[in-house]
Design a protein around this ligand. Structure first.
Ligand code: ADP
Ligand code: ZN
Length: 754
């Protein structure tokens, strides 16, 4: 009977079936990486999903060419996750493969020669061991050595090194790398020829470990209680939420949990938002767990990512893998614990391209399905997770106080309009904040300022006609960047020099309006001439070294004031910071999204949490024109629970998530009318189902992006099974292809949009 393999390919929507040639029939396994062709000669790396005997009804069935990565490149657990993601997020498996495997492991669409060149091999190294005839035969061995000692000094030296190393390990049948014997190649060849030693190759373990360190700090009483609670809870539930205020020392609680897993021989996956994977944090982890630590993020080179993936798939020893969203796809063996720190952070959800998966929710699923445990941690949990914890689906542990002498910062709201009226506002800084900054600087302390707009000014306006310059491709204003006197689009990257006169009326000058981080940095030089100010945002963080230097300079106290965007809100623990200022909270509050209050609460609480983290009490000033805003009031008192209660009741009343599930459909076309028509057709069709509420079509905040018009539909699923509803949605989208007017409309599907 012929054997067939269904192969997942990073381009095909669904797996394709290939013939397994007889010589591979006994060895090919599910999860192996194989080489196959599509069309005349395009070669691809594919993953074996299933082996079976059912001949597909293709005219000609192609064979699997060869096995590139045997022994299961993708583990069983990972394949199950791929499939869950494909189903849940309504994405073909091929697209899941695209994000799941590092790019260097999946050369695609290449000719034979190019393909062969691109294959990343597991790094291997030459090792030598005693020849079998000498292992355990001490008489024979000493005879050989005696002879050598007299006549071949160099070879004798090599042998003594080898034997020394082997006996140190108490394993005379083991091997030692040739490199570590000092590169005396001719002598080693001679020893192999004389059958004294044997040569073989083994995979290089790129993260070879040197013992266990586990240097955890001892826990405070409150931390110990939280730790005990987590352990108690996780005996009953696969996922537990740790709600701990900023500076409570959640990281320390995690390290104790990690140490316990490693002692059991298990590995740990530690997920963080991209910008929280800082050198400071990695150093701390390496201090604790030595070379068990593996870091995986997007700034590594493609080949490094591939080597890490390969090594993890082979490694049998316990690891602590620290990574961003995509690390959920690493084939870690004996995974005992997944930690998702800052679990509320939006970056755990991939926005573009598909699969639009959530790494946090994937971690929860893995724990549920495979019996590892997942721990979610945050000072400001997402409404979804907190509801799960209150409802008993997750365990809950809390830390309500800061570690040590640190107290939660004292937060004040400062009214920008009132300050302006009274003349108590210089540049963009109210007197209240200015005075605190001055005080901090005078006593040698540091200041962090937050403004969620980069550049110099968010837009420019003509002094004559009032027109603001917009991006020709997107429906947003262009931001003014003073450093190179350009106008830039923060969505598509479009860049143009600042025109001399207004392009609309041809007369007036263009004046910068509003303010961004670049402008603040400039003003600080004027307001605090003695202080050293620096800026951290997407414009300066283009190179990791530059970014790293600013962080280390700030940590070392060489920078007094750090102004930045979202980038400075996470994971930073600078002991010297006593004052934190939010320059304009208004633009955090006014987003047209039902999550905007939750987000504003989270962001502001995180920023405020940067102040006074060790000894003194920090001071935080939030500048706003709406000091009575209830969300701001809750930030003042640090009242997470009342924010949650309010949000939960509003969302329940309106049927928003987590009281329903949402699927967001975005229709894109260069002609606006076609996108709208397609959306309208789907809306009508889906609205007829009892289990769906259809909102829209409506234009998103960014209607036009890079030349495409966007129209949206939000579908809320209530009652019925989600999988059945999703099937109906997929069928509706597919029907667009049958009509030539809508066939060219592209539709993206986002399940649980953020
Ligand atoms: P969180 O992540 O909860 O905001 P961190 O884990 O960053 O808080 O801890 C805040 C500060 O307190 C850090 O400087 C950390 O080193 C210190 N800290 C926390 N727990 C301990 C402990 N048990 N022993 C010594 N220092 C600790
Ligand atoms: Zn643009």
């Amino acid at each position: 009977m012929e054997l067939y393999a269904d192969i997942i390919l990073p381009i095909a929507l669904q797996p394709l079936t290939y013939l397994v040639p007889a010589h591979l029939a006994g060895t090919l396994c599910v999860g192996d990486g194989v080489e196959v062709t599509i069309g005349a000669r395009k070669r691809y790396m594919g993953i074996v999903l299933r082996l079976h005997n059912n001949r597909p009804d293709y005219k000609r069935i192609k064979p699997v060419e060869r096995v590139l990565y045997g022994g299961g490149l993708v583990s069983e657990m990972q394949l199950a996750l791929w499939q869950w993601i494909a189903d849940y997020y309504m994405t073909p498996l091929g697209e899941v493969m695209r994000v799941a495997l590092p790019s260097a492991l999946k050369p695609s669409g290449l000719s034979g020669e190019e393909f062969a060149e691109r294959i990343v091999e597991r790094k291997s190294e030459a090792v030598v061991g005693l020849h079998p005839r000498l292992i355990g035969d001490e008489v024979a061995l000493s005879e050989v050595l005696d002879k050598m000692a007299r006549r071949a000094k160099v070879r004798y030296g090599v042998m003594m090194q080898l034997i020394g190393r082997l006996s140190e390990r108490g394993d005379m049948s083991g091997t030692v790398s040739v490199k570590s014997l000092g590169g005396v190649t001719p002598q080693i060849h001679r020893l192999i020829e004389d059958e004294v030693i044997t040569l073989s190759y083994r995979d290089v373990d790129i993260f070879a470990t040197e013992g266990k360190l586990h240097l955890c700090k001892s826990l405070s009483e409150a931390q110990q209680r939280a730790l005990d609670e987590i352990e108690r809870q996780s005996q009953q539930r696969s996922t537990t939420l740790l709600h701990g205020v900023t500076g409570s020392g959640k990281t320390e609680v995690y390290t104790h949990l990690i140490a316990k897993e490693l002692d059991k021989g298990n590995s740990v996956l530690y997920l963080l938002p991209e910008i929280a994977v800082t050198e400071q944090f990695i150093d701390r982890m390496e201090e604790c767990f030595g070379e068990c630590v593996v870091v995986y993020h997007s700034k590594l080179t493609p080949s490094r990512r591939a080597q890490i993936y390969l090594n993890i798939s082979r490694s049998d020893r316990p690891l602590v893998v620290i990574g961003v969203r995509s690390s959920i796809f690493l084939p870690i063996k004996s995974l005992g614990l997944i930690i998702v720190d800052e679990e509320h952070d939006r970056s755990f959800k991939q926005e573009d391209p598909a699969p639009r998966y959530s790494a946090r929710d994937s971690a929860v699923w893995l724990a549920h399905r495979f019996g590892c445990r997942t721990l979610l941690g945050s000072a400001t949990p997402s409404v979804e997770s907190y509801r799960n914890a209150l409802g008993g689906r997750y365990g809950l542990a809390t830390l309500t106080e800061r570690y040590g002498e640190g107290q939660l910062p004292q937060i004040a709201l400062s009214d920008t309009r009132r300050a302006a009226r009274r003349g108590e506002r210089k540049s963009h800084i109210n007197k209240e904040l200015h005075d605190l900054m001055q005080e901090a600087l005078d006593s040698g302390r540091q200041v962090m300022l937050f403004q969620n707009r980069r550049g110099f000014a968010p837009y420019v306006e003509c002094e004559e006609c009032g027109t603001s310059v917009r991006c020709p491709m997107c429906s947003v204003t262009l931001s003014y960047h003073k450093s190179d006197s350009s106008l830039r689009c923060h969505h598509c990257g479009h860049r143009t020099p600042l025109p001399e006169v207004c392009p609309a009326c041809g007369k007036g000058h263009l004046l910068p309006q509003g303010f961004g981080t670049e402008k603040i940095e400039e003003e600080l030089a004027r307001l605090f001439p003695e202080a050293c100010a620096a800026r951290l945002d997407a414009d300066v963080a283009t190179s990791p070294t530059r970014y790293g230097r600013i962080i280390s300079d700030f940590a070392a106290g060489k920078i007094d004031i750090l102004v930045g965007t979202q980038m400075i809100t996470k994971g930073f623990d600078f002991a010297g910071v006593s004052v934190v200022g939010v320059l304009n909270a208004d633009n955090l509050l006014n987003f047209p999204n039902f999550r905007s209050s939750e987000r504003a609460f989270q962001t502001l609480t995180q920023i405020a949490g940067r102040a006074g983290r060790t000894d003194n009490q920090g001071r935080v000033v939030i500048q706003t024109s709406e000091p009575d805003n209830p969300t701001l009031q809750r930030v003042l008192t640090g009242d997470y629970r009342s924010m949650y209660d309010e949000e939960a009741s509003v969302r329940e009343a309106f049927g928003y998530p987590p009281f329903s599930r949402e699927v967001l459909l975005t229709f894109r076309h260069t002609e606006q009318q076609r996108a709208e028509q397609a959306a309208q057709r789907i809306a009508t069709r889906l609205a007829s189902y009892r289990t769906m509420v259809v909102v829209g079509p409506y234009p998103p905040p960014l209607e036009q992006v890079a030349g495409n018009w966007h129209t949206c539909l939000t579908i809320r699923l209530k009652g019925g099974t989600a999988s059945e509803s999703k099937r109906l949605i997929t069928a509706a989208i597919e029907s667009l292809g049958k009509d030539s007017h809508t066939a060219s409309v592209r539709v993206t599907v986002d399940v649980d949009p953020q």
